[in-house]
Design a protein around this ligand. Sequence first.
Ligand SMILES: [Zn+2]
Length: 476
Amino acid sequence: MYLPALRLSDTLRGVKEEFSPLDPPNVRMYVCGPTVYDVAHIGHARPAVFFDVVRSYMERLGYRVSLVTNVTDIDDKIIKRANEEGVSFREVAERYEREYFEAMSMLGVSLPTVVPRATDYIDDMIRVVEGLIERGHAYATERGDVYFDVSTFPEYGKLSKVRVEELVAGARVEPGEGKRSPEDFALWKAAAPGEPSWPSPWGPGRPGWHIECSAMILRLLGPQIDIHGGGQDLVFPHHENEIAQMEAYTGKSPFVRYWMHVGLVTVKGEKMAKSLKNYFAVKVAAEEFGAEALRAFLLSAHYRSPLEFSPEAVRAAGSRLESWQSALMRAEAYLRESGPSHSLSSEDLELREKILSARAAFFDAMSDDFDTPKALAALDAISAAASKVTSESLAPNVAAEAVAALRDLMGVLGFEVVPGAASAELERVVNLLVQVRSELRRRKIWDLADTIRSRLGELGIRLEDRGEETVWWIEG
Ligand SMILES: [Zn+2]
């Protein structure tokens, strides 16, 4: 099958161009993962689901993707929570790491290739910090903190377009902090009393957040990678700082070929965030709306745009998904009852053409910087065509085309495709019941006919009357 070449936008250069990895067909991809101090909410789920789709679509195009997603398991918030509960930071981190991956797995997100935990890479981080000091890009203070000296990296700001002069104007150095300039950022933090710490050349302490990602990328993927992803809120300062650290340390540029940033999930226009108390936990939402509906909702806007959360919007995404599934089921049921069509009417041909162009439109959309809203619209078009085939009893060959397309494309987006064909035995039994019911209807014994339909419905077998005929399918 012909698949269009992938075009990607890059936040840094602000261009959209044909994707060309450093070492095809390998793709090295890093996505900033969770800081594990509380339950995962829908704001966390959006990048996870999106990059899951990116990875599977790239694999479909024939790339070999290595996806690394880190777990930040040491951080102020984790320490705070551990102190509140009177447990170790590790206990908190392990609990919420498990919770995060359980929640993502509910949403159909596959495990990344590697999931490094920050605390397993402390030696790597110390090595990078030492190297930055040697090269004159970082300095240690008397207190035992280490800062990156932003003035030694003239390209600072190239990703986020912030201007260093403005940063300097908007901030000040706290007394005793030991920073040379307000825009300098921490690579290593001296231990405060009672905090977890690791030995280092600057005394006991722990790594700053930004250095984590740089050190783990260097170790697991190398000095230059193809794609670096994360939420829009990480552009500054996190990713800006990652660039400064990495390029200053390795002397290689660009560190990242394509920066992909996912827009925020908003609630009434405001960022969904723990601190604003406007969040919906993934597990709670999956329970309430269905995990697949949530996944469909998360893909309903272009990844670079914000996505406004509301229960209505998630429900709408859920009914859309159901309409594809039910069109698929009905088309499969129709296929089961019919033999091949030996000739196609002009209407058949027209519909077949619609299915083929919608299928091509799906791949065009996905290859155009992952335009998932257009890809979902293509699925709407195919499912409308499938419904038309069955409701107007058109050629089964065209129904088969629609079934193949729906199964394939829903699979690309990671939606579970409900197992189609019933076992032969079950099929014979249901056909028998349907025949008996048709006879009852013919004799106008409606109550009994209705009972058969509703009892089968309770078993997940849906019957639909089309004039004299009845079609059936198994609901997902
Ligand atoms: Zn990161």
